[in-house]
Design a protein around this ligand. Sequence first.
Ligand SMILES: Cc1ncc(COP(=O)(O)O)c(C=O)c1O
Length: 386
Amino acid sequence: MKTIYLDYNATSPVRPQVSERIRPFVDEWFGNPSSLHTHGRKARAAVEAVRTSLLGMLGNTKGQLIFTSGGTEADNIALRGVAQAMRSKGDHLVVSAVEHHAVLHAAQALEEEGFRVTVVPADSEGVVNLQVFQEAITPKTCLISVMHANNEVGTIQPVEEIARMAHGHGVLFHTDAVQSFGKLPLDVLRIGADMVSISGHKLGGLKGSGALYLREGIRVKPLLRGGPHERNLRAGTEGVVGIVAMGVAAEMCLAERDSGSLDRIRRLRDHLEKGLRERLPDVELNGHPERRLPSTVNLSFVGCDGETLLMALDLVGICVSTGSACSSGSTEPSHVLGAMHLSPERIRGSIRFSLGWGTTEEEIEECLELIPPVIQRVRRVKRVGA
Ligand SMILES: Cc1ncc(COP(=O)(O)O)c(C=O)c1O
């Protein structure tokens, strides 16, 4: 069955050029980058070329880059690895309430180890409150972590202002740029980010690949114990194929961003959003109307249950995600939409559409034909059942 994939924030299909460029590292150059022979040296050269290239794309070739198993591990090293190394300076962290669980649960793990964590709220559009941030910082604060752009609603945070505030108090600033890298301008020196997390599979690379950028001089207590890989900061043989894939995918994302082809995605996103709101009553936008990722639109279809809607859309071949996650048989409302203080009904009816490099105009036109009758049917069934 042909599907229309609108779940790029969950993961992106692998770009054909990525599949092509990783082929030699699957078939021929399979060596361990720590080996000294030809196969090892070939793999090492590829890994180091991606490291240099990513540092350049992030805007600081003098920084450090640790390859990880993805955004989750990068966030964990940034919070747990760095906070533990800085414990003598302070034992307090500040994070926002709309962070991904990779950050929130890493912060929770630190709390279990005796750190104190302040969670700063967001407004109804998902933007964090700068004033509350300012008030949350204490002489014991060692680290602030605020994501660049939110994965559920796409809202972009004022990271430059937060970094400035953090540095004004001698506090390190980490940003989770898993959703924004390759889509928004991201210059670590201009933003003032001391640490940045990225993930390969959101760019059109492979799942299980990611990296943490660290400004030079930042100390890290490794989370994994083992060999001396990644300058003793992350033990384990580097995932060469995933790293090469991430490098190619990142290059392509940045080329798209800089050549204006993200405008095509923004236009398609806006067309979908406008079209659905024109065709259906009681549709609410979640997230900031302008300060938002160009590829993301999160809409609440009032009177619908998001999980039911997701399944009904899947039946007609449209793949999206909901603002609530089914766990252990119960539907958990999204912590992000909850932190934005949206009504339970609005959270229940929310659907995230996220577009990407493969999305076409024909697909969006087809969505505008297929989605409204599905919503109407789900609403009707819900009313009858109520
Ligand atoms: C904002 C954000 N941070 C972190 C992650 C985790 O990344 P990964 O799946 O590479 O572990 C995700 C994945 O959805 C994300 O959206």
